[in-house]
Design a protein around this ligand. Structure first.
Ligand code: GRF
Length: 223
């Protein structure tokens, strides 16, 4: 019997989160996760090379080849179902998914965003964080709803904003925490401890429905 959860990862570019997920899961059968394919809506992006080097099948579904969102998403859906996808991870995927697509994958799409949602949704996150003077930022992994950077929050990593930070230094620090948080959340999902109560994620055995993930404690955490 197949016990592994089949995961497809959607990218549009660099693929550093993709790499972190591959490192975390591709060689560990006991993890309960099997990355079955990588799909990019942009041809020739670095993330595709990372997947190919890891021996994971890749598909390009270039949105320019489709006359509307619906036909693009139909192609995407077929591609995902063909390999038996059970969980869909957005990792730097820049296309907005329609409400119809999201509804066809209930509770099966997760995304990572480089801020502590619901603050700083959208683009240029780090620039806006710096302009705001906030002391902490971070990243969030959440279930995807039909609104952009919205949906029940699964876990967050808090990252301090330093006085001399610029966009690049802050982005780099947040990205490091993303690379820890995303695999952590996939482990949580396969642990079967997650449930949705009143549209909030409840984690069985956790003190809070929306846990703050502290990377410094990561090495002590057993999942
Ligand atoms: C990450 O910051 C992620 O949070 C956001 O897009 C970026 C993708 O980076 N959604 P990468 O392609 O994973 O390196």
């Amino acid at each position: 019997m197949e016990l592994l959860k089949k995961v497809s990862i959607l990218i549009s570019g660099r693929g550093s989160n993709l790499r972190a997920l591959i490192i975390a899961f591709s060689s560990r059968v006991e993890s309960g996760i099997k990355i079955v394919q990588i799909i990019s809506n942009v041809p020739n992006v670095p993330g595709l090379k990372i997947a190919q080097q890891a021996g994971i099948p890749t598909t390009v579904i270039d949105h320019h080849n489709y006359s509307n969102r619906r036909s693009f998403e139909e192609a995407l859906d077929i591609c995902l179902r063909r390999v038996g996808t059970e969980l869909l991870c957005l990792a730097g995927f820049t296309r907005i998914l329609t409400a119809e697509f999201v509804a066809a994958w209930p509770g099966q799409i997760v995304n990572i965003h480089p801020s502590l949602l619901p603050a700083f949704k959208g683009l240029h996150t780090h620039r806006r964080v710096l302009e705001s003077g906030t002391r902490f930022t971070g990243c969030t992994v959440h279930f995807v709803s039909s609104s952009v950077d919205d949906g029940p929050i699964i876990a967050q990593a808090a990252v301090p904003v330093l006085f001399n930070d610029n966009e690049e230094t802050l982005a780099a620090r947040v990205l490091e925490s993303e690379h820890q948080l995303y695999p952590f959340v996939l482990n949580l999902i396969t642990s079967g401890r997650l449930s949705l109560i009143d549209n909030k994620v409840n984690i069985k055995g956790s003190m809070s429905p929306e846990i703050v993930f502290n990377p410094l404690l990561m090495s002590q955490r057993i999942l």
